[in-house]
Ligand binder design. Structure first.
Ligand SMILES: C[S@@+](CC[C@H](N)C(=O)[O-])C[C@H]1O[C@@H](n2cnc3c(N)ncnc32)[C@H](O)[C@@H]1O
Length: 250
């Protein structure tokens, strides 16, 4: 099964359906940014700590799997030199629309986050990767590629999901799926068929070894982390945070 192709069309479909992760920054938000009031997320709620960022003016930033017009236009408004890379053309279009409207000069590139060969090594100062590695079945190549395209001292900020979330039956919070979870291999056949029919993205749960150990094995030093909860009703919020944000340095 071609997962990248499926998820590309599924995320285009999310844009058509106005899924919450496809709604771009508003004019008012960008006006606030110009007045010095800004914040961006890797996970649903918590803004990334400001002291995680170096001065943004002129900083070469890769928004990795960050289409949708949320983070790119804000970073570009703050003076960063922004490239948004995403698998979905319609998600990239959201960034392009705001870039054109506000003359932000955001570059957009379509592709799979495990193959950043369109970029030279040592190209970027910062990679901003909001929760999206759940959409690939193998995350280790993502960390290797991030390490390659970052300059020495460059920073990788990424949103992760605690793998326990994928082991549970969401309704009853009972452990039912073995690690590693994948929509493609773990779900009963009829549920997978439903996802295909409804053109929903396929997701994959990754072990902490792959999500955190994988960054370390690629050569990164992790210098910051936080946890976060869902911003919509979710039973897990009563028990534990489902999301993790990390900051790592090459
Ligand atoms: C939850 S959205 C995150 C982006 C959004 N800007 C945000 O604020 O969180 C996940 C994004 O990952 C992208 N994506 C999924 N699979 C991908 C892949 N293999 N390579 C690159 N991008 C991918 C989707 O197209 C989608 O835009």
């Amino acid at each position: 099964m071609d997962i990248v192709k499926h998820n590309k069309l599924a995320w285009d479909n999310c844009v058509d359906k106005k899924d919450r992760w496809t709604i771009p920054a508003t004019d008012e938000e960008l006006e606030d940014v110009r007045n010095g009031n800004w914040g961006i997320v890797l996970t649903p709620n918590k803004k990334v700590p400001k002291d995680w960022f170096p001065p943004l003016k002129g900083l070469k930033i890769l928004g990795l799997a960050s289409g949708g017009g949320q983070q790119g236009p804000i970073l570009a408004t703050l003076g960063a030199d922004v490239t948004i890379f995403d698998n979905s053309e319609k998600q990239l279009q959201q960034d392009k629309i705001l870039s054109d409207k506000f003359s932000l000069d955001i570059k957009t590139v379509q592709g799979d986050m495990r193959d950043l060969s369109v970029f030279e090594e040592n190209s970027f100062d910062l990679i901003f990767n909001p929760c999206s590695i759940v959409f690939v079945d193998d995350v280790l190549p993502v960390w290797k590629e991030c390490y390659r395209v970052l300059k020495p001292g460059g920073i990788l900020m990424t949103g992760l999901i605690n793998p326990i979330i994928f082991q549970l039956d969401e309704e009853n919070l009972k452990l039912i799926y073995k690690q590693p979870f994948s929509d493609v291999h773990s779900l009963p056949k009829e549920e997978l068929e439903k996802l295909k029919k409804e053109n929903e993205p396929f997701v994959f749960g990754h072990s902490l070894s792959d999500q955190i150990g994988g960054q370390l094995d690629a050569g990164f030093k992790i210098t910051g982390m936080f946890e976060d909860i869902w911003d919509v009703e979710n039973k897990m919020n009563e028990f534990m945070p489902s999301f993790i944000g990390t900051r790592a340095v090459k």
